[in-house]
Design a protein around this ligand. Sequence first.
Ligand code: NFK
Ligand code: ZN
Ligand code: ZN
Length: 208
Amino acid sequence: MNSWIDISQRLDEKAAVWPGDTPFSYRLNWGKRDSGSVNVGQITMSVHTGTHIDAPFHFDDEGKRVIELDLDVYIGRARVIHLPGTDRIGLNELNSIGIEGVNRLLIYTGAWRDRSVFPENIPHVQPEAAAYLSEKGVRLIGLDLPSVDPLDSKELPAHHRLTRYGIHILEGIVLDDVPPGDYELAALPLPLAEADGSPVRAVLRKCR
Ligand SMILES: N[C@@H](CC(=O)c1ccccc1NC=O)C(=O)O
Ligand SMILES: [Zn+2]
Ligand SMILES: [Zn+2]
């Protein structure tokens, strides 16, 4: 039996959020003692907290909402690559590794070290990489970072360009202990009808 590797961030009140965004909270609304039978909780969070996917509606008013996203993208064979110490993910970086025929590409950068603190600086995806990625077959890109664009970007060029090329975005994965190679991935969004993003439980299993 091959066991699944959890590559999701833990969700508790220590989870780092985008500056000014809603903190994560889980609250027991009804205690078993009050209800007589059950504990019933409530969560409050930004959908961009921890390990999550972006729907195009996040950066485009006309873009797809989470429920409209193709599920095939989030389950299936994925390649993990390591780009430690890089400040950008562009054609040079991707070319030197080779990603022919890869449909789901997960990138370890190691740049977000302390996940209880929102990072100050992160590597970003160069928009020019989107065409190259799609030509190679990539339909999902996942990073161990809170965004595919620089944190101070308002235009979000990588988000837009990736989406234009049919590449879906997975952010905040944890690849610290995952060697490069081929895996099966499952990282399904919740069936949120209107949302611009969704938390996911992302898991990998080594392909044999
Ligand atoms: N684009 C970011 C999220 C983002 O930009 C954001 C998330 C929550 C609150 C504010 C945000 N951006 C504000 O400029 C992301 O990739 O998830
Ligand atoms: Zn996001
Ligand atoms: Zn994003």
